[in-house]
Ligand binder design. Structure first.
Ligand code: PLP
Length: 370
């Protein structure tokens, strides 16, 4: 079986350094908010090009902390794409605000800037942009709208560590960004972890307190905060892996470039991104077909593991029963047709060859995907 993502092989490459990192933490005698977290924060903010980085517990908490720090809550509305991973939307509802879903562009799978204005009301406070599948969203028009309407722009960078938009990296494209370092992300810890990046000092200071019970000074609480800290151990692992992030992203790009050049099947629609190959970090390589179930079954029979990102649109989830009556045809079409094929920094040429030729031999009788 060609695995979708062989995490053991990814981390085995760095086993020696990861063990050194854990030894360093164990023998330091200091396990929460110490030198490793501080060093990782400096290294990741330098990587993204931002002034500040705050290590936190996970990606969902990173987004929640940004919304909280901006005092976004009950009665406020936040614009978010209708085809994102559910965590982007959970962060909005967790602070008591209302997610306002806006359709993506079918060519990029990212928020369609042309549809944002129609959804802005007096209650709109922010646009939560998701750089889905590793491709940065079209930020210039989004930032312009935010400026015109006095809205915050919050990036969900969980799938796009290192992706570039007009020579700037994700994390540095809006007012603040939330990152996840869940093990399967492009930059993955060995457990849960996340971060906020921003150039806004006041916001950074507030999030630093909010992640730690609302306190800058022990036992002095200025906010009703959370326990949303990044562990020293995970920070030490992330420092090891950050050094290899660009190499891993380049390995993904090489595979993506082969898929884009060599998959040639009228029943399969490839992502529409060739000009931006160097900008995209290909967290996922998604293709579309009108008979997705058949394709997934065919690939499984041919020993290729696939995953669907995502099978159910957020507004169709039981958790959001209030949204179930809404209709988002573009998001629904994507959710019906999309399927992710294997891509990772450790996938070898033989497996990539096999995936390409097996996909090129896929056939369905009735029609092509549009
Ligand atoms: C993974 C992910 C998150 C959540 O990150 P966690 O660390 O699992 O909380 C948020 N948004 C997107 C788009 C993601 O892919």
């Amino acid at each position: 079986m060609i695995p979708f993502l062989d995490l053991k092989r990814v981390n085995d490459q760095y086993a020696k350094e990861l063990k050194e990192a854990s030894d360093r933490v164990i023998s330091s005698g200091w396990y929460i908010l110490g030198k490793e977290v501080q060093a990782f924060e400096e290294e990741f903010s330098a990587y993204c090009g931002t002034k500040y980085c705050i290590g936190v517990s996970n990606g969902l908490d990173a987004l929640k902390l940004i919304l909280k720090a901006y005092d976004i809550g009950l009665g406020d509305e936040v614009i978010v794409p209708s085809n994102t991973y559910i965590a982007s939307i959970l962060a909005i509802s967790e602070v008591g605000a209302k997610p306002i879903l806006v359709e993506p562009d079918l060519d990029t799978y990212n928020l369609n800037p042309n549809l944002i204005k129609a959804s802005i009301t007096d209650s709109t406070k922010a646009i939560l942009v998701v750089h889905l599948y590793g491709r940065a969203a079209d930020m210039d028009p989004i930032n312009q709208i935010a400026k015109d309407y006095n809205l915050k722009v919050i990036e969900d960078g969980a799938q796009a560590h290192g992706a570039v938009y007009k020579s700037r990296k994700t994390g540095n494209l809006g007012d603040a960004a939330g990152f996840s370092f869940y093990p399967g992300k492009n930059l993955g810890a060995l457990g849960d972890a996340g971060a906020v990046t921003t150039n806004d000092k006041d916001l950074a200071d507030k999030i630093r307190a909010l992640r730690n019970y609302g306190s800058h000074i022990k036992y002095e609480n200025i906010y009703q905060g959370y326990n949303n800290r990044l562990d020293e151990l995970q920070a030490a692992f992330l420092r090891v892996k950050l050094a290899y992030l660009d190499a891993e992203n380049n390995a993904r790009r090489d595979i993506a470039s082969r898929y884009l050049n060599e998959i040639n099947n009228k029943h399969i629609l490839l992502p529409n991104t060739p000009a931006e190959l160097n900008e995209n970090v290909w967290h996922l390589f998604t293709i579309r077909t009108i008979d997705r179930e058949k394709l997934q079954k065919y690939l499984a029979e041919n020993d290729i593991q696939t995953i669907i990102h995502y099978p159910i649109a957020p507004h169709k989830q039981q958790a959001y029963v209030d949204l179930n009556i809404l209709s988002f045809p573009i998001a629904e079409k994507i959710h019906q047709e999309i399927i992710s094929i294997p891509i990772s920094s450790v996938q070898n040429t033989r497996d990539t060859d096999a995936i390409i030729s097996i996909i090129n031999n896929f056939n369905i009788e009735n029609g092509v995907v549009k």
